[in-house]
Ligand binder design. Sequence first.
Ligand SMILES: NC(=O)c1ccc[n+]([C@@H]2O[C@H](COP(=O)([O-])OP(=O)(O)OC[C@H]3O[C@@H](n4cnc5c(N)ncnc54)[C@H](OP(=O)(O)O)[C@@H]3O)[C@@H](O)[C@H]2O)c1
Length: 286
Amino acid sequence: MKKILIQLDTDDQYSAFDRVVAIDSGVDEIMSYANVNPENVEALVHGAIFTRKPDDLNNTAIFIGGSKVEAGEKVLAKIKETFFGPMQVSVMIDSNGSNTTAAAAVKCAANHLDFKATEALILGGTGPVGHRCAQILAAQGATVRIASRSEERAQETCAEIRQAVPDGKVVACEFSDEGIAAAVDGVNLIIAAGAAGVQFLASDELEGIETLKVAIDVNAVPPVGLQGIDPSSKAIEMTGFTTYGAIGVGGLKMKTHRSAIEKLFVSNDQILNTSEIYSIACSIVS
Ligand SMILES: NC(=O)c1ccc[n+]([C@@H]2O[C@H](COP(=O)([O-])OP(=O)(O)OC[C@H]3O[C@@H](n4cnc5c(N)ncnc54)[C@H](OP(=O)(O)O)[C@@H]3O)[C@@H](O)[C@H]2O)c1
C-alpha cells in the first residue's frame, strides 16, 4: 500500500522544503494544502481517516508545517480532537523547522554535557527554535536561562515551558549590552537561536566565559550569532570549549526530519512533537 503524507501548511504557500524532505524520506505520495487552520482542517482529517481500513491507517500520515508555531499547534489540537477510537493517523509538527532544529542542537550539546549538571543560556530564547531548545533542556534536567531583549517575553516563554515541563528549571534573563556579564555568569552551555543575522556575543566575550564547555549557533546568516564560530563547525574546539555552527547542526537536523517522517508510517497513533522529535534525534548515530 502506498505511503501517503498529507502536508498541512498554515502559510499562504505550502513549503517546498517540507515536500522535498518528505520525498527523500520515502513517502510515495504527498498531498499538500496551504492556509490550513482549525476551522478548515476537519474535512482534511476526515479525508485521511475514512479512506483506509483501521489496520491500514499506518500508511497515511499528517505533517504540520508553516512559519507560525502557534498556528501549527492550534491545527494540531483540532486534529487530535477530530480523531476518535482507532480512526486516527500519525502526526508530526515541525512549524518553521523549530522541533527538528532544536532537537539537533540539543543533541549536539548532549554529546559533551551531563544536562543534570548544566547551566544553559539560550540567546533568542523566545523564538520558536530557542523556546524548543529550552524546553528540551529543561526536560532533561538542565537549568536554563531564557534570554530576550524583553524580560516580559522571556517570562512568557518560561511560563509556557513550565506548562510542558512542570518541574523544569527555567529562568527569564533580560539580555542587553549592559547585562551580558550577569547573563553569561557560570554558564556551561550557550545556544544562540536569535533571528537570522543577529550577533549576540563577540569572540572575546565568548572566550572570556571560563565555565563555558559548549557553544552552539544555529544562525547561518552573517553575522553569525556567536562571533568566531564557523557555520560549518561540528565539534570544533575553540579556546576551552566545543563549538557547533548552523551547518554543523543542520546535518543532524535533516537526518532527524527524515527519520521522523519514516517513523510516522510505523503505526497510526503517534504524535511527534518536541520531546518525541528529540528522542528521534538521540537515536541517530552520526
Ligand atoms: N541551522 C538550521 O538548520 C536552522 C533551521 C531553522 C532555523 N534556523 C535558524 O535558527 C534561528 C532561530 O530561528 P527562529 O525562527 O526561532 O528565530 P526568530 O523567531 O526569527 O528569532 C528568535 C528571537 O531572536 C530575537 N531577536 C530578533 N531580532 C533581534 C535583534 N535585532 N536583536 C536581538 N535579538 C533579536 C527575538 O527575541 P526577543 O524579541 O524576545 O529578544 C526572537 O524571538 C534563526 O537564525 C534561523 O535562521 C536554523
